[in-house]
Design a protein around this ligand. Structure first.
Ligand SMILES: CC(C)(COP(=O)(O)OP(=O)(O)OC[C@H]1O[C@@H](n2cnc3c(N)ncnc32)[C@H](O)[C@@H]1OP(=O)(O)O)[C@@H](O)C(=O)NCCC(=O)NCCS
Length: 245
């Protein structure tokens, strides 16, 4: 059963307790932009845009979205830019016209059952119910981590013999009716002192230049006493029931 936290506020704690996928890299927690939407902030302000899939009364998957007024269809700074826009609009009282999914997580014990696609459907319904005409997602294709030196545009073009993307998560989106609309070349950024990078990764970070880090979609760029990670994501648009795309 699909619900939003506006319908079931009592489930907020259990919904947020669903852990991230086991292969999620720790260093993404260093994103400064993510501080704007961390914890229950989105759930408190936009509970109608936090979707949960229940088995019985237990949340097994969640989808978190923010609303914003679109400035350009698919901004180059992807996830980071949309989070800033959503925060700006909330502070300024600007009416949104678009929803952006920030995160979809399936409980590790419930993977492989198609739950992510069900959550995507719930998100489309929640966006329609909110009267927003567009749902966009800066998708992080996790399997890109196996080819960190490849450009994201080349990676997106990789398809299987059946024509679907090689990447499991992009494939799930396309199967669910999502349309790939372009690459956000600098969607998520993490800049931090080398001590943080050593703690997150266990790697020495002892010389300047690019470093390949497990789970990273691109190399981390090391300078004398800090390192920067710039991650490209893939813009995907999903149809919203009752609105044309
Ligand atoms: C992999 C993932 C899509 C599985 O979700 P799910 O609902 O359990 O997936 P499904 O059962 O519908 O499987 C979707 C496809 O992924 C494949 N898949 C699932 N787990 C996989 C894994 N660990 N490795 C490789 N492929 C995997 C499935 O075989 C299926 O492929 P198919 O299209 O050939 O049938 C999901 O867990 C995931 O990792 N999503 C990324 C979420 C994420 O990164 N969120 C945080 C940022 S938004």
């Amino acid at each position: 059963m699909l619900v939003t936290l506006a319908q079931r506020p009592d489930l907020a704690e259990a919904v947020y307790a669903i852990p991230y996928p086991p292969d999620s890299p720790r260093f993404m927690a260093g994103s400064l932009t993510s501080l704007l939407v961390r914890g229950r902030r989105v759930a408190r302000r936009w509970p109608h845009l936090v979707v949960a899939l229940l088995e019985g009364d237990e949340p097994v998957a969640r989808g978190i979205m923010v609303p914003f007024r679109s400035r350009s269809p698919f901004p180059a700074r992807g996830w980071d830019e949309v989070v800033v826009w959503a925060a700006e609009d909330a502070l300024d009282g600007v009416d949104p016209d678009t929803a952006c999914a920030l995160e979809i997580a399936v409980h590790p014990d419930h993977l492989g059952r198609g739950h992510s696609r069900t959550v995507l459907e719930g998100m489309r319904q929640a966006v329609a119910a909110a009267g927003l005409g567009s749902l966009v997602i800066p998708v992080r294709p996790p399997d890109k981590a196996s080819v960190p030196l490849m450009s994201m545009s080349s990676y997106v073009a990789r398809t299987r013999p059946d024509g679907l993307p090689v990447d499991r998560w992009l494939r799930t989106h396309v199967r669910a009716g999502g349309r790939i609309c372009g690459v956000a070349p600098c969607s998520a950024t993490v800049q931090a002192p080398l001590s943080d990078w050593r703690r997150w990764t266990g790697l020495p970070f002892d010389r300047p230049g690019p470093v390949e880090v497990p789970g990273a979609l691109a190399p981390v760029l090391v300078s004398s006493d800090y390192a920067v990670y710039v991650e490209a994501n893939v813009w995907v648009s999903h149809a919203v029931p009752g609105f044309s795309r």
